[in-house]
Structures are given as C-alpha cells and as structure tokens.
Design a binder for this molecule. Sequence first.
Ligand SMILES: [Zn+2]
Length: 338
Amino acid sequence: MAFPAQRPRRLRQNEALRGLVRENHLSAGRFILPLFAVPGSNIRQEISALSGNYHLSLDCLVEEALAARDLGIPAVLLFGVPEAKDEQASGAYAPYGIVQEAVRALKKMVPDLIVITDVCGCEYTANGHCGFIKNGYLDNDSSLDLIAQIALSHAEAGSDMVAPACMLDGQIQAIRRLLDTNSFQNLPIMAYSAKFASKLYDPFFKEGTQSTLAFGDKRTHQMDFSNSDEAMREIALDIDEGADIVMVKPALFCLDIVSRAKREFHMPLAAYNVSGEYAMIDAAARLGRIDRDAIMMEALTAIRRAGADLIITYFAKRAAELLEGRASRSAHAELLHV
Ligand SMILES: [Zn+2]
C-alpha cells in the first residue's frame, strides 16, 4: 500500500468537514445548574470562589432559575444555606426550611424547570458533618433515618428528584422505602454513587454552603480517590437499591471513572464538575494564563466525551449562552469554530 493510504487530516481540512465527523456535542439540555438558596429577600450575593454564582434569596432564586431555563438548561440542583444550624440538622427536614421553601417558590414560578434537591445533613449540622457523629465516627444507621427524612421533606415540598449526597451504606434503599410508603413511588433518585473524598470541594463548603467541618474529615464515608473498582461496586449497590441516575464526583479528576461507569452500567450517568475544578479554571483565566471560555468548553466536552449524560456545573449558564449563540458573536464563533 502506498504511503499513506490513510490521511486522518483529510477530515480536518475545514470546519464543515470537522463538524461532519464530530463525535460529541455539548448542549445546554445536558446541564444541571447548582443553585444556593438563602433566607431573606433581594439578596444576590456573589460567591467569590464561584464567580458568576450567587447566594440567592427566594425572589432572586426564581429570577436565576428563569434565566437558566430561558437558556435551555432543564434542571437545577438546589442547596440551602440555613439561618441556624444544630446538632440534629433539624433545618434540613423542616417543613418550611430554606430548601423546602425554595422548592415551593421554584415549582410555583418556574414549573417546567426540573428541581433536584441535594439531600445531606452537612449544610445543617453545627459541626458540618453529613449526619450523626458517635465517638468521632459518622454513624451510618441513625444517619440513614435523617437522610430519608430529609428526602421525604423535599418530596412533600414538591421536589422533582432527590439527590442523596453523603455516601452512607444503604442510603438509596432507605430513601426509596420511605418515599414509596408515602406515595412518592415515582419520584426519581439521582445518587451520588461514586463520590470521592476530595479537597476539590473546599470552595463549595467554605463559601458555597458555609459548612466547613468543625473536626475530622469525610474519608470514612466518601471514597478514597485512589480507587476505581470500589467506585464500580458503589454504583452497582446504588442501582440495586433503586437509583435512577448515578453520579460520579468530581468529574474532571475522575474521567476514567465516568468512562468506566458508562461502559459497565449503561445507566443515565451524571458527573459533577465541582467547585475546585471551576475555581482552578477561573483563577488561571484571571491570571491571564488560559482563555476562560475556551477551556470551559473543552473541559465540559471532555466530561461528555468520557460518557456523562448529564453535567452538573457552575459553568452551566455561561456555557449555555455560548451554545445558544447569546454571547458575543466573536466569542461564539471562535469557540464553536463557526
Ligand atoms: Zn454531606
């Protein structure tokens, strides 16, 4: 055969050809935007470590949700920052807690937006832990009751989907049972199935939910980031227990896990592009080292290429603006090569 019969560059000659054979496409319809609800009114306070993301009182939360929906983003992932925290995390399942009220406001004002609620105790416990601590250890089974109660309270407020985040053993089953016995058989669960103990969450806890740990760490429940087989076991357990969507977190540091999970389980798969991943790109761009929009699109595409169906990302609105052509033409053209 004369060299070279195959010239891969033939299909890279111009954008029309590159577009014709492009394998993966981003779309706003794959994004889930995290939102942070706070008590009060007329509050729209930027979270400094997550520029472009805000602490929002319910009136402003509704505005932000409308803007996201208008950009084609189908879903938000809701977190609450309560006024007070206690040992029992009682604010987490209070009928009129911050998340429950936020769900009601969103479902009333933006009914076609999917409202997913993060289910965990750590935003509501005084010590910042995800459940109940006994002898310095996150007690699994008593914390399961708490987690299931939180999920039920979200369901009763009108949440479209609950997302248990704390990696307790048996948490999906506990939630599924309580939901089912309360007539929420059709409420889906998005499980944080393979959630690694990562310092990449620090900006989220320090500034996003203001729930830095008073002591200890989360390595007795979140996964060791050295492990991959274990992630598959965790995902398999969650599927057995009734998870409808499984998640890998973080995303960019775990693209191998995302890829393997998609190949092994063929389940709807979400990946959480976490606060530290966002902050690194943002900070490097501020220093002039990288092009923020270009790297954002490359990062999000990499998560999609690895196999994620859904991407939870603080970049959702900016990326959707570019994809929808609402950003400036030059930036749009340059990024999308059109
Ligand atoms: Zn937690």
